[in-house]
Structures are given as structure tokens and as C-alpha cells.
Design a protein around this ligand. Structure first.
Ligand SMILES: [Zn+2]
Length: 260
């Protein structure tokens, strides 16, 4: 008899005899995951990358009650109009606007490289915040700091779960890595999904504008470009604004009620 027929027969037997078959199924070894209270780390090479790429999503997720924390790999300086002190104030102001806090990992700007030390430093932050999801830059990028940040984050996720290591904290393994798109990429890409940020767009713009030394004093076109890009992505899903994301790993949904 074919396997499929066998399975059907078992199912019918259970249904018709009122068996307590379900109670005999061992419980799932996986802990129940509560998507209403996720811990989320958003890792950026430089302060402003997270805001530009997914500031609306950060505000939305934080507003929904998730624990969202930003990690800056470097302080982002030097830049033409910035100083470390000024950039730190701007980064703090942007985080406040989004309703989150941030940690500076302290790697040297423009010199981020994929080393064991960098991996372990970030793994310690992962252990402290115990994120369910990690957001990191899309792996293809023209800026070496961005490419290195993504590789460091991917490996730090693995390192963080190791027992008998010198990494401070208890082992932890983030369930998912999701990639956001940094805005200076001059390439077309195919996102896996979009998040509707129509209700958070002005908050995102305000957070981006907090980086006065990067976008306001030099009259940068980036702020309007971000609005235009997010409007374009919104058009892909029929909402005023959206932010795009990519993942290599399969996404599981608890329902379809949130699809737009
Ligand atoms: Zn950057």
C-alpha cells in the first residue's frame, strides 16, 4: 500500500474512534516563541545606516512593544563636517526619536575587518540582548566597512551560541538574520519582503534629519531620496511607504492576517 494511503488510514482511525492520539504526541523540543515580545538587534556599520535603511521599521517594531536595540560597529567619524562628539549626540537624538537605545561597539571607522576579536565582541552584545532577530546590512555593498560588518555579524551569531568559550555571557542563538538595504547602494535588488512603514515615515525622516552634520548642513539630497525610495517600495505592496528586506533563511508565519 502506498505511504500516502497509510497516513490517511491512520488519520481516519483517530478521528472515528475519538482516540487521545494527540495527547500522546511528545511536546515540541523548541521553546514557544512569542512574536509579540521579540528582542531585536539592528546592527549598523556607522550611526545613520540603520535609520536610513530601516528607520521606519525600527520605529514600528519598537512601537509594537518589541525590544529593539541598535548596535553601531564604529562611531562613523571622521566625516567632512562631523566630530566624534557631534556624531554621538546626533546618534543619540536619532535613537530617541525612534524610541530605542544604541550601543557603540567601538571598532575603528573605515577599518572594520572580519576578525575573531570583532566577532567575539559582537557575540558578547548578542548574549547581553538575546535577540530573536538580527537585522544586518545586505551582504553586497561598495563600502568595505559594510561588507565586513555583515560577515562579522553572521559569524558572531554562530559564536554567541558556543559553550566553553571566552565570550562573556550565557550562550544564545538568534533565530533569524534579516538583511536591510543601505541606501548608498547603486544597484537594483530583489527584496524578499517589505514592511509597511506608512505610519512611521515622518518619524524616520526626523531621525535621519537628526544627523545634521551628515545630511542637513551640507544640503544632502539623501533625505528626499530616502522618502522617494520608500514611496517606490510602498508602491510594490500598495501602501504609501515601505522598507525592503532580504533573507536567505525561510520565513515562517503564524498567520496571514498581517499581510498587506
Ligand atoms: Zn555606513
Amino acid at each position: 500500500m502506498p505511504v500516502v494511503a497509510n497516513i490517511f488510514a491512520v488519520s481516519c482511525t483517530v478521528e472515528f474512534q475519538g482516540s487521545d492520539f494527540e495527547s500522546q504526541i511528545p511536546p515540541s523540543p523548541l521553546p514557544r516563541y512569542n512574536p509579540a515580545m521579540a528582542s531585536i538587534l539592528v546592527i549598523g556599520p556607522h550611526p545613520d545606516d540603520q535609520e536610513l535603511g530601516m528607520g521606519g521599521s525600527i520605529a514600528r517594531l519598537a512601537g509594537q512593544g518589541h525590544r529593539v536595540h541598535l548596535v553601531d560597529m564604529t562611531n562613523g567619524e571622521p566625516t567632512p563636517l562631523g566630530t566624534p562628539e557631534r556624531r554621538a549626540k546626533e546618534a543619540a537624538a536619532a535613537a530617541k526619536i525612534l524610541g530605542v537605545e544604541r550601543t557603540l561597539l567601538g571598532l575603528p571607522n573605515r577599518e572594520v575587518v572580519h576578525t575573531l576579536d570583532a566577532r567575539h565582541r559582537l557575540a558578547a552584545v548578542i548574549r547581553r540582548h538575546r535577540p530573536n532577530w538580527m537585522f544586518v546590512p545586505y551582504p553586497i555593498d561598495a563600502h568595505p566597512d559594510h561588507v565586513a560588518t555583515t560577515r562579522i555579524a553572521e559569524d558572531a551569531r554562530f559564536d554567541a551560541k558556543l559553550t566553553r568559550s571566552a565570550i562573556p555571557g550565557e550562550p544564545w542563538h538568534p533565530k533569524r538574520i534579516i538583511y536591510y538595504y543601505c541606501t548608498h547602494l547603486m544597484m537594483n535588488f530583489q527584496p524578499v519582503f517589505f514592511l509597511d512603514v506608512s505610519g512611521q515615515m515622518e518619524t524616520k525622516i526626523a531621525a535621519v534629519r537628526a544627523y545634521e552634520s551628515q545630511f542637513i548642513e551640507n544640503k544632502s539630497p539623501v533625505v528626499e531620496m530616502v522618502r522617494t525610495m520608500n514611496a517606490f517600495y510602498g508602491g510594490r505592496i500598495g501602501t504609501p511607504y515601505a522598507e525592503p528586506f532580504f533573507t536567505y533563511e525561510a520565513l515562517g508565519f503564524g498567520g496571514l492576517d498581517q499581510l498587506v
